[in-house]
Design a protein. Sequence first.
Length: 149
Amino acid sequence: MRKFEIVTSFAHLNPTIPMRATESSAGYDLSSIEEVIIEPKQIKLIPTGLKVMMQKDEALFIFPRSSLAIKRGLMMSNSVGVIDADYYGNQDNEGHIMIPLMNMTDNPVIIKKGERIAQGIFMHYLKTTDDQARSNERKGGFGSSGHGI
């Protein structure tokens, strides 16, 4: 099973469930759930109000929309986000998908509520034959190092 769901605490804001733009589009468009002002040289986490359920051997890769950098002077601060299957439903934030955007300009940039800011692409991944995970359980939310936000 693979699907996007609304994070409970954001349901009253009516988040947009991601869709692909066309039949051949790989990515699901992710939108901001609220208006956010990003000051010059600032990094802000943009909330989507969404979480995602997927298979254990999949991840959702988050890429910035190409128009963000070209037209708005914004980039994802981590270039590409990776959402692991066990991020879904974590106790810190239910698995809330947040997009870290950095303003590279000298002027504030406004992200409007409902504005499409990123795209998520599901990918299957492989493990080594001698794979051993450090833990069987996720210890935190955003950032996955156990120091979740």
